[in-house]
Design a protein around this ligand. Sequence first.
Ligand SMILES: Cc1cc2nc3c(=O)[nH]c(=O)nc-3n(C[C@H](O)[C@H](O)[C@H](O)COP(=O)(O)OP(=O)(O)OC[C@H]3O[C@@H](n4cnc5c(N)ncnc54)[C@H](O)[C@@H]3O)c2cc1C
Length: 231
Amino acid sequence: MSGRPGAVQTGRQACRHVIIGHGPAGLSAAEAIRALDADASITIVSEEPYRFYSRPGLAFYLAKRVPQEQLFSRPDAYYRHWRIDTVHARAEGLDPTARLVHLAGGRLLPYDRLLLATGSAAALPNVPGIDLAGVVTLDSLSDTRTILDAVRQARSAVVVGGGVTALELIVFFWRAASRSITCCAARAIGRRCWTKPNRGWFSSACVTSMSRSTPKPSSARCWGARGAWPA
Ligand SMILES: Cc1cc2nc3c(=O)[nH]c(=O)nc-3n(C[C@H](O)[C@H](O)[C@H](O)COP(=O)(O)OP(=O)(O)OC[C@H]3O[C@@H](n4cnc5c(N)ncnc54)[C@H](O)[C@@H]3O)c2cc1C
């Protein structure tokens, strides 16, 4: 990293860019802004206590295939070089008239330009007990740490979902020697994963499946039962 990124501009007040979200979208936007405007002030706000890390890498961290440090691809020098400030706080409100972001804890962050790059989070099924202890999602590094802690004591696991992240979790729980894993998968996505070779592997890993993505309270007793996969 050498030289000052962006063209030299003088004689005007620096534009204050605030980006909410410190994922790839937020970071790429910060780099693009800096490349166009050397004088801009750029602040990235994230509710997470970390700087940019690889979310796809979380499955590898979970599987202990990479250490946590390897998830962080941008050293402090990167932020200094691109002159990007970071704030670790949840954005709780916006005042577009006064151009202020309301941060948790009461702090106000002024901006001239604001970008929302807040990503997405796992969609939680609307079932009773969804907020009980032990129910987790895999969205962030903090979630990954929670899962790693929980699995030390867990004897069984239920994975709700049938996409790639669910499969990664199933592999993880299997390797972590959970006694049984129930996969409650969405029909459309799950069937794609439920291929012939996988089926054999799943049964050796004690994975059972159900065909509905959103278990209804009346069918709650089916959880944990060995269900037949729809033909
Ligand atoms: C386990 C896992 C594995 C994945 N594997 C792959 C893969 O193999 N290939 C692939 O292409 N994609 C993968 N993805 C998806 C990929 O990570 C996302 O598509 C990508 O991170 C989206 O980038 P983003 O910048 O839009 O949002 P995100 O990376 O989700 O970042 C959003 C940021 O906004 C912050 N934020 C949200 N709300 C607020 C708020 N109110 N105040 C402050 N900050 C806030 C969040 O804390 C976060 O820092 C995976 C995701 C996960 C969770």
